[in-house]
Unconditional design. Structure first.
Length: 405
């Protein structure tokens, strides 16, 4: 009697076997993305394999529900890369392998450009029937997306999309303060960008969403995050609230923080060139503190403490001073605010807006300075208010001295 031959994955040309796996995974993930765009739960869950656990099915059903509530659109597979190869096995034996899949998406009504994210997935299939593969594990690769947050509540209005975890009072507070921030930014800039606000349950979740460590967010109440391509406007920003620091603030302080971050989002969405950090942070502070009745010396107390201990600064804050952990972050913010208030008090707040728009729109002459952000500010200062940098620094130093008296 002739022996029965059972083919294994090792009997197949390795390149052909790898190609078959890649094609099958690509087909399945594209179909799954299309199901998400339609809000088709059956199609979304059909991608899970026979070995998928009940908990995975429950979790993935909840993920899709949150994606639908957020109005995720244009979910597209970009790449699929194998992380591990399956162990050779005979036909009839299902084998597993891991991949990292990259996707892009938009939030309908808010994003004008796509955001990207990665997933770590485990596939399982019979080598003889690789087209029938299924997903048996799925998790964010590095940075989660808001739809990965259990208990997420979605609140949408014309000017904000709030994605929050917490009780109703907390969610409604973020919604209310987002509306206040929008009106305050519009009063200065001339309009505000409809924004996506993410309020996670913990500082650890905020750090993961932002791709940072908790230590890097120590003392930070909120941060703006999103893809930014030189020469293009930002179109998919997220403002992430860091609950520990944000909750510790007084009500006015929360409004200041949210207005500050919305200023960044609005400016990034309507300009095409980066500016020095002292200008971007100083302007956001100028807008945020404008309606707040607070003595200036109190608002910039860390900056004044630094001047008392280290002396009057000779130059405007360098970008390195804004690095988390630098020890100079709070002082750099205050000194930048004072620089912008120096211009605003003499020439008007709208002059500062014109200055920012000119600097953030780039410079045309001379071309060899096109990538010099400080040079762009120098040109903008002269063009908008007739002031050179040395004069600005002298006036700024005089303001600091007055506050120290």
């Amino acid at each position: 009697m002739a022996a029965t031959t059972r083919l294994t994955s090792a009997d197949v040309d390795p390149r052909a076997w790898a190609g078959a796996r890649s094609r099958a995974a690509t087909v399945l993930l594209r179909a799954r993305a299309a199901s998400a765009d339609r809000g088709d739960e059956a199609g979304w869950l059909a991608a899970l394999g026979e070995g998928a656990s009940t908990s995975l099915r429950t979790d993935q059903s909840a993920v899709l529900s949150r994606m639908v509530a957020m109005r995720v659109a244009d979910l597209r597979l970009v790449t699929v890369r194998e992380v591990t190869e399956p162990v050779p096995a005979p036909s009839g034996t299902r084998v597993e392998w891991d991949v990292r899949a990259s996707f892009t998406y938009r939030l309908r009504g808010f994003d004008t450009t796509p955001r990207s994210f990665d997933l770590d997935l485990t596939f399982k299939a019979d080598p003889a029937r690789v087209q029938a593969l299924g997903i048996t594990a799925s998790s964010p690769s590095g940075r989660p997306q808001p739809w990965d947050l259990a208990g997420l509540v979605v609140r949408r209005s014309a000017d904000s999309l709030v994605l929050a975890v917490g009780d109703d009072a907390r969610v409604q507070e973020v919604v209310r303060r987002a509306r206040t921030a929008a009106s305050r930014v519009a009063a200065v800039w001339g309009g505000s960008r409809p924004a996506v606000w993410v309020s996670p349950a913990s500082d650890a979740d905020a750090a993961r969403l932002l791709g940072r460590t908790p230590d890097q967010l120590r003392g930070v109440a909120a941060a703006t995050d999103g893809p930014l391509t030189p020469g293009e406007r930002a179109g998919a920003d997220r403002i992430v609230l860091v609950p520990g620091a944000w909750s510790s603030l007084r009500p006015d302080g929360r409004d200041v923080v949210m207005t500050h971050e919305l200023t960044h989002v609005t400016v990034r969405a309507s300009t095409t060139r980066g500016v020095p950090i002292w200008l971007s942070e100083g302007f956001a502070e100028l807008v945020a503190y404008q309606p707040i009745d607070l003595p200036e010396a109190t608002a910039v107390a860390p900056a004044l403490d630094r001047v008392r201990s280290s002396g009057l600064p000779a130059t405007l804050p360098a970008d390195a001073e804004f690095e988390p952990g630098s020890g100079s972050l709070a002082a750099a913010y205050g000194l930048s605010l004072l620089a912008l208030r120096t211009v605003a008090d003499r020439y008007g707040t709208q002059a500062v807006v014109r200055l920012y728009r000119a600097a953030a729109g780039g410079i045309t002459e001379p071309t060899d300075r096109l990538d010099d952000r400080e040079a762009a500010v120098d040109d903008a200062l002269v063009a908008t208010v007739g002031l050179n940098r040395s004069a600005l620094v002298r006036q700024w130093q005089a303001r600091i001295r007055d506050l120290l008296r």
